[in-house]
Design a protein around this ligand. Structure first.
Ligand code: C5P
Length: 216
């Protein structure tokens, strides 16, 4: 896979998502199907997108007991999905159970959601963000997951992490939306992102085709 851009199809129905695909070239990007689109449309959306020639990142962020997650990954592996996500804090047994059923799919471990503040992390874990992050990354390193999802701000700490780094929170222009700790695409690539995930800057652009080129 030599493409580095993943466009987030954060739409609430198949018609909108498929219509938007007319702006994209499957040779230039993958597309991300997240919870909203998946819950709205179910499994059929994966076939509809794959029939258009796109590779899919199915971002459901699974987090449950090992047996349940393994069975869900097995089900996902029946579809044409390139990458999918589980939460690293599901623990080593859950990650290894997931990986045992992954077939050709790459499994990414979600580190810390960018929506969580340092204070919330402390409230939940009674430890600080850096320690918690490092613990999650060391679990990712010693498990069979293929990579992690992390914020661009964490890339500097992952220089010695030799698995995939998939990075949302990318903005090439100043924005006033909910992504606060952002980085430009070129900085993120320079700091070692293997894939960047970009949604609204492309999906809400007046000229998505032209805007997409700025993130390659
Ligand atoms: O529109 P925007 O570029 O902010 O979209 C980013 C995508 O990446 C969204 O689909 C969002 O759910 C996802 N994401 C994120 N932060 C994370 C994990 C995933 O923004 N930590």
């Amino acid at each position: 896979m030599n493409k580095k851009l993943i466009v987030a199809l954060d739409f609430d129905n198949a018609d909108k998502a498929l219509n938007f695909l007319n702006n994209l070239n499957p040779n230039k990007c993958l597309v991300k199907v997240g919870l909203e689109l998946f819950i709205s449309e179910g499994w059929k959306i994966l076939d509809l997108i794959s029939d258009r020639g796109f590779e899919i990142f199915l971002d459901l962020k699974l987090h449950d007991i090992p047996n349940t997650v393994a069975k869900s990954i097995k089900k996902i592996s029946n579809f044409n999905v390139a990458l999918t996500t589980v939460h690293l804090n599901g623990g080593m047994n859950m990650l290894e159970a997931a990986c045992s059923e992954k077939a050709n799919i790459k499994i990414l471990g979600v580190s810390i959601l960018t929506s969580l503040s340092k204070e919330e992390i402390f409230e939940i874990t009674d430890t600080n963000f850096d320690v918690y992050f490092n613990n999650l990354i060391s679990i990712a390193s010693s498990s069979n997951v293929d990579g992690v999802v992390c914020s661009p701000n964490e890339l500097d700490r992952l220089k010695d992490f030799n698995k995939l780094k998939v990075v949302p929170g990318i903005r090439n222009n100043i924005s006033d939306d909910d992504q606060k700790r952002v980085m430009t695409s070129s900085e993120a690539y320079k700091k070692g992102a293997d894939f960047i995930v970009v949604g609204r800057p492309i999906t809400k652009s007046e000229d998505p085709k032209k805007t997409l080129e700025l993130f390659l």
